[in-house]
Design a protein around this ligand. Structure first.
Ligand SMILES: Cc1cc2nc3c(=O)[nH]c(=O)nc-3n(C[C@H](O)[C@H](O)[C@H](O)COP(=O)(O)OP(=O)(O)OC[C@H]3O[C@@H](n4cnc5c(N)ncnc54)[C@H](O)[C@@H]3O)c2cc1C
Length: 466
């Protein structure tokens, strides 16, 4: 079997790279060690978490907002196993979609662990059956990441769990203690808080979603508190142990006091580590950095020029759409084209309710750069659309260059922020000024009017509805 390009790993980076390679006329293969295609994102990440977020949101609304809408529901009950089954069905359908795309694009799929024999020879070791070799001109490594832990925590995967187990629980936790206040943790915490769990978040930093604009973290913390979340910020976890059905978490408070939390489950979500085990990188001399990420140049080539790496296994945000962009970028680079990725314009989203979505620089980054900027913000509460749907929590914050008015950052917390941010990316890709956006007609009533109004506020403090 001889290929122009072979991709190792079928997550959003790998399968998108394979499709683009096939579109460009390359004879392409993809190697996936699991039976199911789609990687973390489709199987134990983006898709299953969103399925559970939607189910739990329906339950929460039935309990909390239907009454105000004039809908009486006499009895609501959770059928948790059905909720998990539906999530699994969504995953299956999505994975089948990728299988279909592989066939449609005539991409050969080989199941088994891929590893380097040399730069043009890959070994595929299936779970059952004999290993075999593939000859290939180019290789794209897209092997993704796995959950990380802290050195003193043993994940038993029953009571002390990662996001993977949190998507597959057999019961709703009574008290879920979460170590980490980032995106994945707050999304999964939201699922269980809506279903009735007590949720406590212990975070080392002094704010949640610490990589996003601080205003977003503050606002999100307020809404999650209303949902019943309990936060222990600036707390350093020192031990986690499980005995029977109880997990005990000890942490040092900012004042140096010891606190102890007891729950029935502890979700450890302290980041993810690049996954390169068994790849045989040493056989081709591919360099990795201290964090274990594969080192790449600006063309995403490893130290061996015909071998590229993309997605979670290299530096940068661990996001499905970042991996996808890199997949397309590498395929086009191999073809000899000159693609470009604007990393600063890759949006970040948190699928809590309300959602949080951001693109461009945060205010903290601009301050650090010493940039001269102005800002404008507009609350969802002042929108007719938000009042109609009872989604009044949140705001839009626009950061623009003080002299040129070019938009430098867009930060939204509010209903449908995840979908709204695409308009912000478009504006920033075309280097729009705040006034450009403010002068465009936005349909009424929509949530997007908050973006227009925040741009007006940033332009000359001339928001209309505030
Ligand atoms: C709970 C959760 C929720 C998330 N939600 C979102 C979200 O809403 N939006 C978002 O953008 N991102 C989200 N992410 C992150 C997203 O899933 C990752 O950024 C994305 O999957 C990375 O894609 P990838 O292609 O680099 O790697 P992966 O998706 O991790 O895929 C790597 C694949 O390579 C395979 N592989 C590894 N080694 C080998 C080998 N030697 N041989 C063969 N195959 C191999 C693995 O089995 C895997 O299938 C979430 C993650 C989690 C855990």
């Amino acid at each position: 079997m001889t290929y122009d390009v072979t991709v190792i790993g079928s997550g959003p980076g790998g399968y998108v790279a394979a499709i683009r390679c096939a579109q460009l006329g390359f004879k392409t293969a993809i190697i996936e060690k699991y039976n199911s295609l789609g990687g973390t994102c489709l199987n134990v990440g983006c898709i299953p978490s969103k399925a559970l977020l939607d189910s739990s949101e329906h339950f929460h609304n039935a309990h909390h907002t239907f009454k105000e809408h004039g809908i009486k529901v006499t009895k609501t009950e959770i059928d948790f196993s059905q909720m998990i089954n539906r999530k699994n069905e969504v995953v299956t359908q999505t994975v089948q979609g990728v299988e279909f795309l592989m066939k449609k694009n005539k991409i050969d799929v080989h199941h088994g662990r891929g590893s380097f024999k040399d730069k043009n020879t890959l070994m595929v070791t299936p779970e059952k059956g004999k290993p075999f070799e593939l000859a290939t001109g180019h290789v794209i490594i897209a092997t993704g990441s796995k959950p990380a832990t802290l050195p003193f925590i043993t994940l038993d995967k029953k009571r002390i769990i990662t996001s993977t187990e949190a998507l597959e629980l057999k019961e709703i936790p009574k008290h879920l203690v979460i170590i980490g206040g980032g995106v994945i943790e707050l999304e999964l915490g939201s699922v269980y808080a809506r279903l009735g769990s007590k949720v406590s978040v212990v975070e080392f930093f002094d704010s949640i979603i610490p990589t996003m604009d601080r205003t977003m973290g503050k606002e999100l913390q307020k809404v999650l508190k209303k949902l019943g979340f309990e936060f222990y910020l600036s707390h350093k976890v020192t031990s986690v142990s499980a005995k029977g059905k109880t997990v005990t978490i000890e942490a040092d408070s900012p004042k140096g006091e010891k606190i102890e939390l007891k729950g029935d489950y502890c979700l450890v979500s302290v980041g993810r580590r690049p996954y390169t085990e068994g790849l045989g990188l040493e056989n081709v001399g591919i360099a990795q950095d201290k964090a274990g990420r594969i080192e790449v140049n600006e063309r995403l080539q490893t130290s061996v020029p015909s071998i590229h790496a993309i997605g979670d296994v290299i530096k940068g945000a661990m996001l499905a759409h970042k991996a996808e962009e890199e997949g397309v970028f590498v395929a086009e680079s191999i073809k000899g084209q000159k693609p470009h990725i604007h990393y600063n314009l890759i949006p970040g989203v948190v699928y809590t309710w309300p959602e949080v979505a951001s693109v461009g620089f945060t205010e903290e980054q601009l301050k650090k750069q010493g940039a001269k900027y102005k800002k404008g913000s507009f609350p969802f509460r002042a929108l007719g659309r938000a009042r109609a749907s009872m989604d009044v929590d949140g705001l839009v914050k626009i950061l623009a260059d003080e002299a040129t008015d070019e938009i430098l950052g867009i930060h939204i917390i509010g209903a449908r922020a995840a979908d709204m941010i695409a308009a912000g990316v478009t504006a920033m890709e075309y280097r729009a000024s705040a006034e450009d956006v403010a002068r465009m007609s936005h349909a009424h009533p929509t949530y997007m009017e908050a973006v227009k109004e925040a741009c007006l506020a940033a332009t000359e403090n001339r928001a209309i509805h505030m």
